[in-house]
Design a protein around this ligand. Structure first.
Ligand code: FEO
Length: 170
């Protein structure tokens, strides 16, 4: 059985992951609008990943006999200056998510909830990968200054990303 504080924190995280999903869907729409279908695809896959994260938390709470409580999702931004701005915002957002995951681990340690600590390990590792991937794209975007032939080539590369549900692996 999940303790009250742990359950509340996990429910908050379901909301945070759902917010992340909508944030990336909004970014995907903007990237399409900017004439960058490859980047829009990459961001759409990011949206699908975030939904799978929310569902992973949802299923864990249910599995532990906790009551899922869905709350209203905060309005996401709807406009950005350009593709560099979008990836800067993505990196900042993922850094915030990393903080949230670390805080969840802190609660699990406080509550001596070893099962939740073990469950959260997947997310700790996932955040390392998320931050590294976005940093790499952002660095490349800065190098080509987000324009010219470079952006055209990079956009083509971004088309190949497909959604693979890795959350079931645990
Ligand atoms: Fe669900 Fe991008 O962290």
């Amino acid at each position: 059985m999940l303790k009250e504080k742990m359950l509340a924190a996990l429910n908050e995280q379901i909301n945070a992951e759902q917010y992340s999903a909508l944030l990336y869907l909004s970014m995907s729409a903007n990237l399409n609008d900017m004439g960058l279908p490859g980047f829009a695809n990459w961001m759409y896959v990011q949206y699908q990943e975030e939904l799978s994260h929310a569902n992973k938390f949802y299923n864990y709470v249910v599995e532990r006999g906790g009551k899922v409580q869905l709350k209203a999702i905060e309005q996401v931004p709807t406009k950005w200056e350009g593709v560099i701005d979008i990836y800067k915002a993505t990196l900042e957002h993922e850094q915030k998510v990393t903080d949230l995951i670390n805080s969840l681990v802190d609660v699990a340690i406080e509550e001596r909830d070893h099962a939740t600590q073990s469950f959260l390990r997947w997310f700790v590792d996932e955040q390392v990968e998320e931050e590294a991937n976005v940093t790499e794209i952002l660095d490349t975007l800065k190098l080509i200054n987000g324009q010219g032939n470079g952006i055209f080539m990079l956009d083509r590369e971004m088309r190949s990303r497909t959604f693979v549900d890795t959350t079931a692996a645990q």
